[in-house]
Design a protein. Structure first.
Length: 215
């Protein structure tokens, strides 16, 4: 669809591996758009949407089940850590010769979008998923309560790539305790099922409404 000049929100991303594929597909789509005769790429936009809080909910349940001191120490860190590593991958992907050729034709970076950024765990700071993921060309879709909380006591500064080496070490520690690939599979499956259910329900409502208007 990118190759046809359409703007796309790629959603329900729960792993770095999936995100790498999303970014690669976007770049390939832009290259195909050029090949299809679209000379100005500036009107094509895209975001890659990470669902943040769901990652901590799933990982934390597994860390608690592990019960070790290290596991309990890492509670509430997985989602932000993955987001920070995703941003590092974003910076690396949208640089270099391949990307610069597209940027010269007006291409825009595919921005990382942080979704589901209200904390579900009352032990976590209510602005954690905002304070920790601030950086250029990123998007955060804040629920109303989180927006009010951030306006009241949030921290406005670039944080998402403040210490990528530390984020990598923390991610490796988490991976030694939890099967992060399985976490991503579970969350992606559940997310697709939930979105599919909502989509079917929406179509049913629209069908009923169309039938009413025809009468």
């Amino acid at each position: 669809m990118i190759s046809e000049g359409r703007s796309i929100n790629v959603t329900l991303i729960f792993s770095l591996e999936r995100y790498a594929g999303v970014m690669g597909s976007y770049i390939a789509g832009l290259e195909a758009a050029l090949a299809n005769g679209i000379e100005d790429l500036s009107h094509i936009s895209s975001v890659g949407s990470f669902f943040i809080s769901r990652v901590d909910t799933e990982v934390d349940s597994r860390l608690r089940a592990n019960g070790s001191s290290e596991a309990l120490e890492l509670l509430g860190t997985a989602a932000v850590t993955q987001g920070q590593l995703a941003y590092t991958a974003f910076l690396e992907t949208f640089s270099g010769t391949r990307w610069e050729r597209l940027a010269e034709r007006g291409a825009r970076v595919q921005r990382p979008l942080w979704a589901s950024t209200s904390t579900k765990n009352p032990d976590l700071k209510d602005t954690l998923y905002v304070d920790s993921l601030i950086g250029p060309n990123s998007v955060n879709t804040l629920p109303d309560a989180t927006l009010r909380a951030f306006d009241d006591h949030g921290t406005v500064k670039r944080t998402v790539d403040a210490n990528p080496d530390e984020a990598q070490r923390r991610w490796e520690r988490l991976g030694n305790l939890v099967d992060l690939d399985d976490v991503a599979r579970v969350l992606e499956t559940e997310g697709v099922q939930a979105f599919e259910k909502s989509f079917v329900e929406l179509l049913q409502v629209l069908t009923v409404r169309c039938d009413e208007l025809r009468k």
